[in-house]
Design a protein around this ligand. Structure first.
Ligand code: UD1
Length: 363
């Protein structure tokens, strides 16, 4: 059997990796590495408890730091793992620093790389994720893409067509698999919410790191919370800055710790609308049929606008867009299958597994 090392490191990786590992079970020797980029139980442990993910075989404990420190710590740890285990293939997920670190180390050791969620582009190099995506894709042998636009981006960057496989979205496999557990009534009861409420998630450096940006954001969120209660499960990154900017000084705003997977998506499923700067949440709301207002100047996931519920509104445009969305007739929840983006059908994991196994067999 071929030996495959999967590299994960941060919260958004886990729901992407779970269906791929499941589909390869018994068909390849698998090693699951957790780089330790995220280490708080609420950003990591809870996903292993909820998502049928096996325990990581190794945790590198890389932790936080500057981009260089974090990327280097992951690289040093992975170099040893890859040298000792000599995998036939390394599988990397998404666009975090651990993804880039793994691709660099594998490429230098001449170990092939498969990138799950390849080809997304915001065309905004001020986002660290955009740097990670571009470099990872250049170094990957198998580019497994979630949406058709990604195929075009890769082709324009000179990636040979034979390396690119449109397989759908494994994070949506995980969402559809656990849909019955996303219970809005339970979420309302747990957090003491009325029938109508808003959810916000914020963690992008551009929104939360600089005091001026954080101040603007907080003022918009306070105004949104005048329409109906606004619940914010807060990523540790933004907590200090947003609180300093007065986020919790409005009676309409409820700050929560980061939530487990099913608890968070239960809350989202029942929300009148979601305000976010997350990539994954744009995708999840699209499939759940929940209006999503993205507080960024760009998105690497335009399929959530053309085939989903997403509107790109920046921070300035949130309130106008929110009033429009709240006045619209409700959409079906979840979105009917024919209204989802192509191949977001719950079978991306098996397709990815098949591409990988066929590719390994042909080598
Ligand atoms: C990372 C990813 C981002 C992804 C996000 C999802 C990069 C460049 N960014 O951003 O693409 O959308 O994860 O959550 O890889 N911290 C904790 N506990 C933890 C982890 C982090 O408190 O378990 C705090 C630390 O102060 C740390 C900061 O959050 O310095 C940032 O963590 P880091 O992993 O560097 O980036 P994220 O902002 O989480």
């Amino acid at each position: 059997m071929s030996r495959i090392v999967h590299v994960t490191g941060a919260r958004p990786n886990f729901p992407k990796a779970a269906p791929v590992l499941a589909a390869l079970r018994g068909r390849a020797e698998q090693v699951l590495v957790h780089t330790g980029q995220h280490y708080d139980d609420r950003l990591s442990r809870v996903f292993f408890d909820e998502l049928d993910l096996p325990e990581p075989d190794l945790n590198l404990g890389a932790g936080s730091g500057s981009h260089a420190q974090q990327t280097a710590a992951v690289m040093i740890g992975l170099e040893q793992v890859f040298t000792e285990r000599r995998p036939d293939l390394v599988v990397v997920y998404g666009d975090i620093n651990s993804t880039l670190a793994a691709a660099l180390v594998a490429a230098k050791l001449q170990i092939p790389v498969a990138h799950v969620e390849a080809g997304l582009r915001s065309f905004d190099l001020s986002m660290p994720e955009e740097v990670n995506r571009r470099v990872t894709d250049q170094l990957s042998d198998l580019l497994l893409v979630t949406s058709a636009d990604a195929v075009g981006h890769l082709a324009r960057e000179g990636v040979p067509a034979g390396r690119i496989h449109f397989v759908g979205n494994p994070m949506i496999d995980t969402l559809l698999r656990h849909l019955d557990r996303f219970d809005p009534a339970a979420a309302r009861a747990e957090f003491g919410l009325p029938e109508s409420y808003l959810v916000a998630t914020l963690h992008r450096p551009a929104n939360v790191d600089e005091p001026e940006a954080a101040g603007e954001l907080v003022s918009v969120l306070h105004k949104a919370a005048e329409r109906m209660p606004l619940v914010i499960p807060l990523h540790p990154r933004g907590r200090a800055g947003l609180q300093k900017a007065g986020l919790d000084s409005s009676s309409g705003v409820r700050l929560l710790d980061p939530l487990p997977y099913t608890g968070f998506l239960g809350l989202v499923r029942g929300a009148a609308a979601v305000l976010t700067d997350s990539g994954g949440v744009q995708e999840e709301t699209s499939v759940l049929g929940v209006p999503c207002l993205t507080m960024r100047p760009n998105t690497e996931r335009p399929v959530t606008i053309t085939h989903g519920t997403n509107r790109l509104v920046g921070v300035d445009g949130v309130l106008t867009a929110l009033d429009e969305v709240l006045a619209e007739p409700a959409r079906p929840r979840p979105a009917p299958p024919e209204q989802r983006p192509p191949l977001w059908d719950g079978a991306a994991g098996p397709r990815i597994a098949q591409v990988i196994l066929d590719w390994l067999a042909a080598r």
